[in-house]
Design a protein around this ligand. Structure first.
Ligand SMILES: Nc1ncnc2c1ncn2[C@@H]1O[C@H](COP(=O)(O)OP(=O)(O)O)[C@@H](O)[C@H]1O
Ligand SMILES: N[C@@H](CC(=O)OP(=O)(O)O)C(=O)O
Length: 434
């Protein structure tokens, strides 16, 4: 049953990066007091990056470093809480302490044989901490807020670091845990990014997956709209950190949004769009810096005219695969290659083939490319080029395409009527030997 006028808001790391930022979030939420609202929060600032280092140190057997980094994070969290509250409420100190102690207990045991599993048990801490601090602050500010554990709501399979949502069970759990709280009044606040398996082990949904969590809650609760609050005025024609002269796009269709985000427009996690599109729930991208502004609306197609829009995906590897015996790359080879692509969890962003070779451009994550090359080694030769960028231009013009190529060497290009893609690397700078 739809929840009347329910909105879902997602606040990411940038909007929660320190005490002043959390105060700002509470000020925004004052404007929604008494409304039906589910709030999804990410970890504060760059906490997830810090926790990745903790997980790596632990898995590599360097427990003292893991402990030290965890203690630093605990102290930083208490400092933020102290700046917010002055005197930190006792129950917040206790709940934060319990969360940190649970990770310290992991350090008392040897790592499992699966890094991705250990990663999720540790890195999920970021969202658990931030949700406790923010919920406590909202309650302190007179905004009644129920804290919910997202692991009681989002059921995933056992694919650690990229849990696959089990939709029917998730829908039932969200209904069971969230609806009664909404009915009792007050906001519901929970964590983005995390879920759990049927054996109650914590999973994460993939880096920057809190947007996706918000879309899951929006879908399951039939929200009227979902809003993600960002440090930019909305979706821009390109990432302002990388490009000049970018402008805000007032409206985007789901199709445009999914194409841009899949290829690296990191403003929205690519998995966010499908659940919203499936129920025609509009997505608003708004500024937490200037919450009076309208932002960008993403919804059904409306015959819009779009300017050129650019997305850049970094850390790409180009894998050139060729047969060892000069035979054609035929269908059965491609089938075999894709089986290995699936088992090593490569995400293929571009592919092109010739008579005896097959090129794929993939996200270069961990040792996945090496594992893939080993698996195909018996039948195929492989050559890998790394540190590449995949630039995708929707609604391209020749001027924009030329400006993207400037100062780069282009290794691969793909053109479709609406989309231009190029794989580029920096031109190596020749320096004098003195
Ligand atoms: N097309 C785009 N429009 C606007 N911002 C973009 C775009 N592509 C990338 N970004 C970047 O996304 C950032 C906001 O996303 P992100 O840092 O993931 O936020 P959070 O982690 O707080 O949710 C912006 O600061 C901007 O640099
Ligand atoms: N904290 C997680 C999940 C997330 O989505 O964060 P953010 O909303 O700050 O991008 C990450 O950094 O990957």
């Amino acid at each position: 049953m739809p929840t009347p006028e329910l909105n879902v808001f997602k606040f990411g790391g940038a909007s929660l990066k320190d005490a002043a930022a959390i105060r700002n979030v509470a000020n925004i939420l004052q404007g929604y007091a008494g409304k039906q609202l589910v709030i999804i929060v990410s970890a504060m600032g760059k906490t997830t990056n810090a926790l990745e280092l903790v997980a790596r140190a632990y898995f590599d057997g360097d427990v003292p470093t893991a402990r030290q980094r965890l203690t630093e994070l605990h102290n930083a969290t208490l400092t933020t809480a102290k700046e917010l509250f002055g005197q930190i409420p006792e129950d917040l100190v206790t709940s934060l302490n319990d969360l940190f102690v649970a990770v310290e207990w992991i350090f008392d045991e040897a790592p499992s044989d699966l890094y991705d599993y250990d990663y999720d048990q540790i890195v999920s801490l970021g969202e658990l901490i931030s949700s406790q601090v923010v919920a406590a602050w909202l309650n302190h500010e007179g905004l009644q807020t129920h804290w919910v554990d997202a692991r009681d709501c989002i059921l995933t399979d056992n694919t650690y670091r990229e849990g696959w949502v089990q939709w029917p069970e998730t829908q039932a759990r969200i209904g069971q845990h969230v609806r009664p709280l909404l009915a009792s009044g007050g906001f519901v606040l929970t964590q983005g990014f995390i879920g759990s398996t049927s054996e109650n082990f914590t999973t994460t949904l993939g880096r920057e997956g809190s947007d996706y969590s918000a879309a899951i809650f929006s879908y399951c609760l039939d929200a009227v709209a979902m809003t993600i609050w960002k440090d930019v005025p909305g979706v821009l024609t390109a990432d302002p950190r990388l490009f000049e002269n970018v402008t805000k796009v007032e409206r985007l269709s789901y199709r445009e949004a999914i194409e841009m985000t899949y290829y690296g427009a990191s403003i929205i996690h690519p998995k966010t769009i499908k659940p919203l599109q499936n129920k025609s729930i509009p997505l608003f991208v708004r500024s937490f810096v200037d919450p009076t502004e309208k932002g960008t609306e993403i919804s059904d197609e409306a015959g819009d005219n779009y300017p050129p829009m650019v997305a850049v995906e970094k850390f790409q590897a180009l894998v050139n695969i060729s047969t060892r015996d000069f035979s054609f790359v035929a269908e059965h080879h491609i089938k075999q290659l894709f089986e290995h692509i699936t088992t090593t969890r490569l995400q293929v962003n571009m592919m092109q083939n010739t008579a005896i070779s097959f090129n794929i451009v993939v996200n270069d994550i961990d040792d996945r490319v090496e594992r893939f090359c080993q698996l195909v080694n018996a039948e195929f030769k492989t050559a890998v080029e790394r540190d590449l960028e995949l630039i995708t231009v929707r609604h391209y013009t020749s001027e924009v395409a030329d400006s993207m190529r400037r100062g780069k060497v282009q290794l691969l290009e793909g053109r479709m009527p609406l989309t231009l893609q190029m794989v580029v690397k920096e031109i190596p700078v020749i320096r004098r030997k003195d």
